[in-house]
Design a protein around this ligand. Structure first.
Ligand code: TLP
Length: 346
């Protein structure tokens, strides 16, 4: 296959030679029996990083979110969520199919909700209504161009939820990015949620793997659901080793991805038909509108592919670029030249 510069997602990274070495050398055991030392070490490491009692390894971020929803709700319950969020839009309708819940979607500003909006959406205690049981937040917010949830907003939402007997789940697939960008530690963010999911297979560059963290009884419950959903794995330490390696070596470098994303956004702003505000690109996701080019995003994606650059047509009029471990400053320069060729300067 031709060597493309792949900006479609930070999920496309390939394990580095050092990561592969760590995987090959991992000590393993049967994790369904709880006997894989590398998985146990990863779970402990992530629980500590997130300031939670325990954590559970899962094959994907989707499963991590869905186990949390399953554990926190009963069929018929309502889950308040932002309208462009991942669990609502990109998890195959799993909330309804696997947990029998309904989502109540609120529109945020680049994915960010505030407590007042949520307060107004909480159902009164009346038998006509579903029970509002859970609020799901996403930090960073994928569709919000990797926007960062301000810590105070999370705290305010958590206090509101608590005072109404409602739980909070945080989809922290890219919480690492938020943390590196702001200097706020992952546990400071995670303290404002009852459960938090994090991914190792996005910006951190591991090939597979996510975790959910929370209290011990919560982890015990989702352990059973993970088995039920077919996510109990065996000698999975080989994969957990990649996660440990990623946390030890790839966390701080997320700063480079953020710089590269900013450089892309600033460069794109100068191009014909592109609508973008670089100040809204806070981490590694760049979303821009192409309505004024008069072309659809998928046609533009095809044209960019011919230039050797893969991009994601996120909607008819929107394109998403994500920076990551396998795209350095040099590739960003090449990509910007290709964008200039396809779009033209303003
Ligand atoms: N997001 C993927 C696609 O599904 C859109 C991507 O390329 O960004 N939460 C968030 C915020 C995510 O962005 C993703 C993946 C997930 C959860 C799900 O993770 P996986 O793909 O491991 O199930």
């Amino acid at each position: 296959m031709k060597d493309y510069i792949d900006l479609r997602s930070d999920t496309v990274t390939k394990p580095t030679p050092a990561m592969r070495k760590a995987m090959v050398e991992a000590e393993v055991g049967d994790d369904v029996f709880g006997e894989d030392p590398t998985v146990n070490a990863l779970q402990e490491k992530v629980a500590n990083l997130l300031g939670k009692e325990a954590a559970l390894f899962t094959p994907s971020g989707t499963m991590a979110n869905q186990l949390s929803i399953k554990s926190h709700t009963q069929p018929g319950d309502e889950v308040i969520i932002e309208a462009t969020s991942h669990p609502y839009n990109f998890e195959g309708g799993a909330g309804a199919a696997l947990s029998g819940i309904q989502f109540l979607c609120l529109k945020g500003v680049r994915g960010i909700l505030d407590a007042l909006q949520i307060e107004e959406a909480i159902r009164p205690a009346d038998h006509h209504f579903p029970v509002t049981r859970l609020v799901c937040l996403e930090n960073t917010h994928n569709r919000g161009s990797g926007s960062i949830y301000p810590l105070e907003k999370m705290a305010e939402i958590y206090r509101l939820a608590r005072s109404n007997g409602i739980l909070v789940h945080l989809d922290g697939a890219r919480l690492w990015n938020a943390s590196v960008a702001t200097g706020i530690k992952p546990n400071e963010y995670a303290q404002w949620s009852d459960s938090v999911s994090v991914c190792l297979s996005k910006g951190l560059g591991a090939p597979i793997g996510s975790l959910v963290a929370g209290t011990k009884p919560f982890i015990d419950r989702i352990h059973r659901f993970r088995k039920m959903f077919g996510g109990g794995m065996r000698q999975v330490g080989m994969i957990a080793a990649a996660g440990i390696y990623a946390l030890d070596h790839h966390l701080e470098r997320l700063k480079d991805d953020h710089q590269n994303a900013k450089r892309l956004a600033v460069g794109l702003k100068e191009l014909k038909g592109v609508t973008i505000d670089p100040k809204h690109m806070e981490t590694n996701i760049v979303i821009f509108d192409v309505t004024d080019t008069g072309m659809t995003s998928s046609l533009l994606a095809d044209a960019m592919k011919k230039e050797g650059i893969l991009i994601h047509a996120f909607s008819k009029t929107q394109i998403r670029l994500v920076t990551h471990l396998d795209v350095g400053a040099e590739e960003i320069g090449i990509a910007l030249k290709a964008f200039e060729k396809v779009f033209g300067k303003k």
